[in-house]
Design a protein around this ligand. Sequence first.
Ligand code: G3H
Ligand code: 13P
Ligand code: ZN
Length: 326
Amino acid sequence: MKYNYKDLGLSNTKEMFAKANREGYAVPAFNFNNLEQMQAIVEAAAEMGSPVILQVSGGARKYINKEVVPFMAQAAVAIARSKGSDIPVALHLDHGDSLELVKDCIDYGFSSVMIDASHYDFATNVAKSKEAAEYAHQFDVSVEAELGILAGIEDEVSHDAHIFTQPEEVEEFVKATGVDSLAISIGTSHGAHKFKPGDNPTLKLDILAEVERRIPGFPIVLHGSSSVPKVYVDMIKEFGGELKDAIGIPDEQLRGAAKSAVAKINVDTDGRLAFTAGIRKVFGTNPKEFDPRKYLGPAREEMKAYYKTKMVTVFGSEGAYTKASK
Ligand code: G3H
Ligand code: 13P
Ligand code: ZN
């Protein structure tokens, strides 16, 4: 093992999820690709006293360089502590598509991994998820698996339609694999173009309730949960961007889910939109700007401010731990 997550100051998700389920909130899981996004996420979480899961996809890990990722996560913990906050911080592999990648991430300091074998048949999904869990648990690393398929783009595979999770499969899946949390498909989808304006996005809360009835207290994960804020879609377009009008998952539906067994909610697209809107605004109003701090800084602030509001409107995770000084 090259880096043990405990030596980096990171936490696995066990206690985080238990507390979230007891207290009726969900832990925010935000993706990052660069320094400024990581800073935005951890500063928002520390200032709100919210636990946080820093998510890195296989693609993001390649982009950042795998040698750098553990130190970014270690730095995130240091940022929170330097501000006086005791929030737990997890480093999580998002949509791990192979056991090889899962093992490599564990070797490089991840405290949590997702094995995404949801595109395979049930038996293969079970076999791969079980193998990942057995490996990860030797090192006290948490494992998330998925049952059902989300519409939208998932692991570079595009699905036009949802394949909702079948609740009658969850008990067997969880028992046979030994995973620690389960991502389910109940109508959320990945990316910015989830629904068209005028659509009425409705989560299948009946499936969630049935899953919860069958595996009481087991931590459930929702992917594809960005709200696609109109303010950022409009801002991007106002300052020269091209983006189809789209809407995401309504905040109040996610807030309702967060009060149930949903312990982790994944958001990436909203952060991308806020960050891009921040950059576009600078370039749109000051085309002469070429100091990266002058456009990445405002982008970071935009993303941070938006994520802080989301911890109240969606996750309900504000104040779960000690709030940092600003
Ligand atoms: O669900 C996927 C995440 O938004 C990560 O996206 O593979 O483009 O980094 P990515
Ligand atoms: P969004 O595209 O809705 O932000 O979903 C992100 C996600 O599920 C990451 O795994
Ligand atoms: Zn996802």
